[in-house]
Design a protein around this ligand. Structure first.
Ligand code: GRF
Length: 202
């Protein structure tokens, strides 16, 4: 299974997926694409001898124009799966529809709670006693595709965004490689907008 990973920053989830793919013989990260030239994840890819591309947004282009260039960069790798790992751009509907059932995202909340940004602060502000991360298939509506796997963490009194996000990140690194592995083994599919693992509705 040829996997392309899209990043904007540190790429710690990318690293977890690269490491996970070393263990499974079914998935292979064949390319990493960033919208930011200084994303540390690009350095991680180079260390693992994975091809990289940068697709930097021009100030005068529309979202659709950017997404067309991104699509071209992705298609060069002929991927079976596109993995969003901290890719901080909203994707147009037309773009997302090119990858129905073939694109995953990780979101730092227990979806459907807290789609969008600042999820850790929102969980703290709401006084939640648990928080976490969700891996889901990507559909046009932001952070709303069917959830495949979640990891929960406790929220402790005195937590701030730094302590809480670190706890969540650790879980992200456990669940994302697992989901990529399931997909690469063809155990995970999206059908009619729903996610199935081993033919069981998730
Ligand atoms: C993660 O918290 C992920 O949930 C969110 O962006 C962050 C990416 O972190 N979508 P990293 O670049 O993988 O370290």
């Amino acid at each position: 299974c040829r996997v392309v990973v899209l990043i904007s920053g540190n790429g710690s989830n990318l690293q977890a997926i690269i490491d996970g793919c070393d263990d499974t013989l079914t998935a292979d990260v064949v390319g990493v694409i960033s919208n930011k030239p200084d994303a540390y994840g690009l350095v991680r890819a180079h260390h693992s001898e994975i091809d990289t591309s940068c697709v930097i947004a021009h100030s005068d282009e529309t979202r659709e124009q950017y997404d067309a260039r991104l699509l071209e960069a992705i298609n060069k790798y002929q991927p079976d799966l596109v993995v969003l790992a901290g890719f901080m751009r909203i994707l147009s509907d037309g773009f997302v529809e090119q990858f129905t059932g073939k694109m995953l995202n990780i979101h730092p909340s227990l979806l459907p709670k807290y789609p969008g940004l600042h999820t850790h602060q929102r969980a703290i502000d709401a006084g939640d006693s648990e928080h976490g991360a969700s891996v889901h298939f990507v559909t046009p509506e932001l952070d709303s595709g069917p959830v495949v796997l979640q990891a929960k963490v406790p929220v402790y009194p005195g937590d701030d965004v730094a302590t809480l996000s670190e706890r969540v990140h650790e879980q992200e690194h456990a669940i994302y490689p697992m989901v990529v592995k399931w997909f690469s083994q063809q155990r995970l599919v999206m059908k009619d907008g729903k996610a199935y693992l081993d033919n069981e509705l998730i």
